[in-house]
Design a protein around this ligand. Structure first.
Ligand SMILES: [Cu+2]
Length: 252
């Protein structure tokens, strides 16, 4: 193939790739890239951010690859003559700095907007349901405040018997996160939720689970020898089943 033929072929390939990429950009068609849609109120906010970040990274990646491979393929050494020598190009440097700044600004703006939405928490009195989560070396303790104040309203797991966190479908739960000993991370991967549980600090989180079923939960901060055994299961049940669960806790 002649050099201009190769150039045309490369441009057509890149062009059709970009068209394919961009025409696939209707939010319904984009894959969740490892996450499912609609599992929790947090997914609704975080998933578009996750997808958008990948698309932005893809566009920047393609342009960077073009900037690398175009000169490699088409600006090869043509003669032994030394090319024009220069130290810097102000226009290029200023525009590259400006472009990087704009990218950071856009990512920051979308992240801050999503974060303020996710971290919004009602007061304990206004919240529909309240659950306390305590990280302990090496398991979890869930206290269902809706079931009263008796000791039976607290479910404590062990590495051998990981606990189950029961949540009502479609109803917002306010979580108070603390730790008994060291830093832990309360993490429900499928819900795109994670927040630290720290000794002496109360963290708050509020969300609604939006799909019936069971989902794995983990600790995502290395907290000691048996960190990998800090597992729990999230079980999403109907609101009526949740009330039944609360009454069995009360009665126990
Ligand atoms: Cu841990």
């Amino acid at each position: 193939m002649s050099p201009s033929g190769a150039k045309k072929a490369a441009l057509v390939t890149v062009g059709s790739g970009l068209i394919l990429l961009l025409t696939g950009c209707q939010s319904k068609n984009i894959s969740g890239l490892g996450y499912d849609k609609g599992l929790s109120s947090v997914n609704d906010t975080t998933l578009p951010l996750w997808q958008g970040a990948w698309i932005a990274a893809g566009v920047v990646g393609v342009l960077t690859a073009l900037a690398i491979f175009y000169p490699i393929l088409f600006n090869r050494q043509k003669s032994d003559e030394l090319p024009r020598q220069f130290r810097h190009n102000n226009k290029v440097e200023i525009s590259l700095t400006a472009i990087a700044f704009i990218i950071v600004l856009v990512l920051f703006g979308f992240t801050a907007r999503a974060e303020s939405k996710i971290t919004h928490v009602d007061s304990a009195a206004a919240a529909q349901h309240n659950i306390e989560v305590k990280g302990i070396q090496w398991s979890w303790q869930f206290t269902y405040n809706d079931a009263g104040t008796g000791p039976s309203t607290t479910v404590t797991g062990t590495p051998a018997q990981p606990p189950t966190l029961v949540l009502p479908l479609g109803e917002k739960v306010r979580f108070t996160l603390t730790s008994n000993d060291v830093d832990h991370g309360f993490w429900i991967p499928a819900f795109m939720i994670q927040m630290q549980t720290l000794p002496g600090v109360e963290n708050h989180l509020q969300f609604a689970a939006q799909k019936l079923g069971t989902f794995p939960g983990r600790c995502n901060i290395l907290c000691g020898r048996n960190h990998s055994q800090m597992l729990f299961t999230v079980k999403v049940v109907t609101p009526a089943e949740y009330q039944t669960y609360l009454s069995t806790l009360k009665a126990a």
